[in-house]
Design a protein. Structure first.
Length: 175
């Protein structure tokens, strides 16, 4: 299921349903044709997953997981609650939040939109208080987080998957 005919998955799938992600009739038709559903990327509306679950199809990860993955603040909170270390950050709801956040985090920090900010999109570096207004405008004045600069040795990507029996977990780590 895709909203664009030339999506990466459509190129390799035996069949593709092309429709808007909020087209519930098309989602229902799609659900009738498949045994299970997964996602190619996290920017599909979680509501589409909910429609497919209601149609009786297993959706993995589930719509709630998808919703968390779509909001960087939710992700950070979930990881923190699970005991995973996350870099220092502050919630930014408006331009006025940036200066106090910089005072806590340090003058060099990364401002990131909470949603749809990845691979450099929806992100702006702040190298001091004078950069705040331009950075806020650069991310479209959207709800954001401000992350302290982290001295990375390397960045890794982890994908975890489990069987429905929960007895096994598969990890794929790329670095």
């Amino acid at each position: 299921f895709t909203d664009e005919p030339d999506s990466p998955a459509a190129r390799v799938a035996a069949a593709a349903t092309v429709a808007a992600y909020d087209d519930e009739a098309a989602l229902a038709t799609f659900a009738a044709r498949v045994d299970a559903v997964t996602f190619e990327f996290e920017n599909i509306p979680a509501r589409a997953g909910e429609v497919l679950v209601r149609a009786g199809k297993p959706v993995r990860p589930g719509p709630q997981c998808l919703a968390v993955a779509q909001d960087s603040l939710s992700e950070k909170r979930i990881f923190s609650e699970a005991g995973a270390p996350v870099g220092a950050y502050e919630v930014i709801d408006g331009l006025e939040d940036i200066a106090p956040a910089l005072a806590k985090l340090g003058v060099q920090a990364l401002l990131k939109t909470r949603r749809l900010g990845y691979d450099g999109k929806g992100q702006a570096w702040i190298n001091g208080p004078d950069d705040a207004a331009a950075a806020w405008a650069a991310i479209g004045t959207a709800p954001a987080i401000l992350e302290a600069k982290v001295a990375f040795v390397r960045e890794i990507s982890v994908v975890a998957a489990r069987g429905l029996d929960v007895d096994r977990i598969t990890l794929v780590i790329n670095y």
